[in-house]
Design a protein around this ligand. Structure first.
Ligand SMILES: NC(=O)c1ccc[n+]([C@@H]2O[C@H](COP(=O)([O-])OP(=O)(O)OC[C@H]3O[C@@H](n4cnc5c(N)ncnc54)[C@H](OP(=O)(O)O)[C@@H]3O)[C@@H](O)[C@H]2O)c1
Length: 223
């Protein structure tokens, strides 16, 4: 793990990493202790875990806690369609422990944006078309409802889906592929109220990052 961190630091051209994400929960008991020297060295300032179950987050927190550190962020798939983190009590755990919860795929890769429908499906041949095109007829009632809620506020369906995730206490990471989507992101934050404006994060979509920053999407990077 120390070697992987050194490689990431070299690729990123930095001496330390603010938030080091553990992308997947591969044997939490075995690997989490290896983070402690990295935290002690200051090369990793904070640790976040992604795609972890509640028991895995608790275990990671316990192991880090014994050395005076803690899990400081959680990042899981969370959207109007996919609420396992809510059902499993992860949102409650994060709230009770003051851990920011970063929600990814809030727009289900565009399927909840209101842009796609049975008449205008996701681009054929893409992975997302394979995942979502078959369910677009069932999603139509939801995306229509998001659009009609948005209409009252001068907002788009995507903005409402983002505002919903913020209202649930999460920080959405949105895959932004066009500059005007940033405006939507800002609207989504404003819709939820000025006091929570900070709860917005723009990610770039994996496809965009692959095009623009191919080295940042390596599977083995814990960053
Ligand atoms: N930790 C993990 O395992 C994990 C896994 C997946 C993703 N992520 C993170 O989550 C981020 C987001 O994931 P994602 O990009 O796959 O899914 P997403 O945010 O649910 O969807 C992104 C897609 O939604 C559309 N979109 C974005 N903003 C919009 C707006 N304002 N109005 C209308 N459409 C909009 C775009 O589609 P069009 O380009 O077709 O318009 C874009 O490609 C990633 O960048 C990554 O950082 C993490």
């Amino acid at each position: 793990m120390a070697d992987m961190l050194e490689q990431s630091l070299a690729r990123l051209g930095t001496d330390y990493i603010d938030l080091y994400w553990i992308h997947n929960p591969a044997d939490v008991a075995r690997w989490t202790p290896h983070l402690i020297p990295l935290l002690k060295s200051g090369k990793v300032r904070h640790v976040g875990v992604s795609n972890h179950r509640l028991s895995e987050i608790e275990l990671a927190n316990r192991i880090l806690g014994e050395a005076g550190f803690r899990v400081e962020a959680v990042q899981n798939h969370y959207s109007l369609l996919y609420r396992s983190s809510e059902d499993a009590g992860i949102l409650d755990y994060c709230r009770d422990h003051g851990i920011p919860f970063f929600a990814y795929m809030v727009l289900e890769q565009g399927a909840l944006s209101g842009k796609y429908s049975p008449k205008n499906p996701l681009p054929e041949g893409s992975n997302r078309a394979q995942t979502y095109n078959g369910m677009l007829p069932q999603l139509k009632a939801l995306t229509d409802k998001l659009a009609s809620i948005g209409q009252r506020q001068g907002a788009a369906a995507a903005d409402v889906a983002i505002a919903w995730a913020i209202a649930k206490g999460t920080t959405p990471i949105i895959g932004v592929t066009r500059p005007d989507y940033i405006d939507g992101l800002v609207r989504g934050c404003y819709e939820h109220g000025a006091s929570r404006r900070r709860h917005c994060a723009a990610g770039s979509s994996r496809r965009h990052r692959q095009r623009e920053h191919p080295r940042l999407v390596g599977k083995r990077d814990g960053v």
